[in-house]
Design a protein around this ligand. Structure first.
Ligand code: TAP
Length: 493
């Protein structure tokens, strides 16, 4: 078969680790990586062993000495170059993502281009981080508060956004002067390795960026426990986030971006068409495998049936296809059998407890779908809070809906969760809007839109959804320590 840019890229990255500026064939066990649309093995990752983890940490520590002192302007130039190289190769990088993760190529390309944008955003922020001069209580003293990069970052990432969730940590590290070791999800290693390839091409100095593949419980855990890693930047499930926090043997900086169970409230004052459009996008994009996916909807009773029927029709209209062969499909395959099984379980639970199936509920029919992890976008109405779909993160193309009578009821139900990542409101009444933006106990509240994560605003969760922020100036500051320099100069005595 003729070699394509996709097959050439996969062949080049197969079984590789990226340590100290070079790709090296890993010496540990090979683990297969499957295309979730077909079940075909597209390559293997090497499970990094103890020696390889040590080599990456040593390289990152050594590189930190010079990278942390490199002028911000120089780091910014390299980040801009990285953004340009990623954008220039977006099509092939998107195809790599599609064959390991399942999302359609056009959606994957959008993610790659957002990664390129993040490089440019952080490049500009890099030159604007400044300290403070703090008033003193005696004459003759000056207090400077300076910001210094933390050190070596261990970045542990999930499979749902294989480029952006690596990218935010990578860009913040590069901008701040930290060095980084990325441990991507086992399901989606090749996107991370392709990003490392671009870092090398951009001229980012050796050792500043490293990628170790392998199992989270071994390679990820080794980074968590390593005294040479100064900060863990983790995105993933709340269970693993808690485990990382509890198993870290040294005091270490942590940012934990964890799971969600995100509600949407639609009041009778809302533009129902806009609410349906927003719910369709934020529930089913990437097959619902988004930490900020709308999992559950509370609709004021007078507009409840209209909302249910319009959302069901919108869900039925979405196309589900193999995302490599059909780049513009709405949904591709789910990333693996695990989220698909959880989705089916939550659906069965809801239907057994009295939920009404309004759309979907099964895999699409046809040979194209026989070997992949496909599922139709699914809407269940008449739900209650004894159902998993309303109380647990499904992480699949399933949404539960229930009616409410008072705003206080809707708010109570929306906050009835250990999570606090994102919440959504559609309403046009100004009092309702102010009330809900005040009362919803979430790190993100979006009103009459469903895009919580913009690059220049802090993005993070509360409660079991995490600690710390990514994006924006606040996200970048997570990669710095403060230092107070109190200087006695004697002037003014
Ligand atoms: P997890 O199972 O938690 O895995 C995330 C990463 O942690 C993977 O790289 C995994 O490696 C690694 N890992 C597993 N056990 C580990 C351990 N003991 N020590 C160190 N690392 C370990 O999550 P997932 O299933 O990939 O992703 C879905 C979850 O991520 C959802 O809950 C979703 O809400 C959350 N998420 C949150 C956000 C934000 S911004 N809050 C964004 C996206 C996703 P392996 O792949 O090898 O298991």
């Amino acid at each position: 078969m003729a070699e394509t840019p996709l097959s050439a890229t996969l062949a080049r990255l197969d079984g590789q680790l990226f340590i100290d500026g070079a790709f090296v064939a890993g010496s540990g066990a090979r683990l297969p990586v499957e295309n979730p649309s077909t079940g075909e093995v597209i390559g293997h990752i090497a499970a990094a062993d103890h020696t390889e983890v040590e080599a990456a940490v040593t390289a990152a520590r050594r590189a930190f000495r010079t990278w942390s002192r490199t002028l911000p302007r120089t780091r910014a130039t390299l980040l801009h170059r990285l953004g340009d190289l990623i954008a220039a190769d977006a099509q092939t990088m998107a195809q790599v993502m599609t064959v390991e993760q399942g999302k359609p190529v056009n959606e994957a390309k959008g993610e790659i281009l957002k990664l390129a944008e993040a490089c440019h955003f952080y490049a500009e922020e890099a030159t604007r981080v400044h300290g403070e001069i703090v008033p003193n209580d005696q004459p003759g003293f000056q207090s400077l508060v300076v910001r210094e990069p933390i050190g070596v970052v261990g970045a542990i990432t999930p499979w749902n956004y294989p480029a952006e969730l690596v990218g935010w940590k990578l860009c913040a590290s590069l901008a701040s002067g930290c060095t980084i070791i990325v441990k991507p999800a086992e399901l989606t290693p090749f996107t991370a390795l392709a990003i490392a390839d671009k870092c090398a091409a951009a001229g980012i100095p050796t050792g500043v960026v490293n990628v170790l593949t392998g199992k989270g419980s071994q390679v990820g855990q080794a980074l968590v426990e390593h005294p040479g890693v100064d900060k863990i930047a983790f995105t993933g499930s709340s269970a693993v986030g808690l485990h990382i926090q509890q198993s870290c043997p040294q005091v270490k900086r942590l940012t934990l971006e964890l799971g969600g169970n995100c509600p949407l409230i639609v009041t009778a004052s809302a533009d129902i068409g806009a609410a349906v459009k927003g719910a369709t996008r934020r529930s089913f994009r990437n097959c619902g495998q988004i930490c900020i996916a709308i999992n559950r909807v509370y609709v004021e009773r007078s507009v409840y049936e209209a909302f249910v029927s319009q959302l069901a029709a919108a869900a039925d209209a979405l196309t589900v296809r193999n995302g490599l062969e059909h780049p513009s499909a709405d949904l591709g395959a789910m990333a693996s059998a695990e989220p698909l099984g959880k989705t089916q379980g939550h659906l069965a639970d809801a239907l057994a407890k009295g939920g009404r199936l309004a759309a979907g509920g099964c895999a699409p029919e046809g040979d194209e779908f026989a070997s992949g992890h496909f599922f139709r976008p699914t809407v269940v109405a008449d739900c209650s809070h004894d159902m998993k779909v309303m109380t647990e993160e499904t992480f699949g193309p399933l949404i539960g809906i229930m009616p409410f009578d008072t705003l206080a009821d809707a708010t109570r139900l929306a906050n009835d969760t250990p999570y606090g990542l994102a919440s959504y409101v559609y309403a046009r009444d100004l009092t309702e809007i102010h009330q809900l933006s005040q009362d919803l106990d979430y790190g993100n509240v979006t009103i009459n839109n469903v895009d919580a994560g913009i690059m220049n605003a802090p993005y993070g969760g509360r409660k079991q959804s995490g600690i710390g922020y990514e994006h924006g100036r606040d996200g970048l500051l997570e990669y710095y320590n403060f230092k107070h320099v109190r200087l006695h100069h004697g002037v003014g005595h």
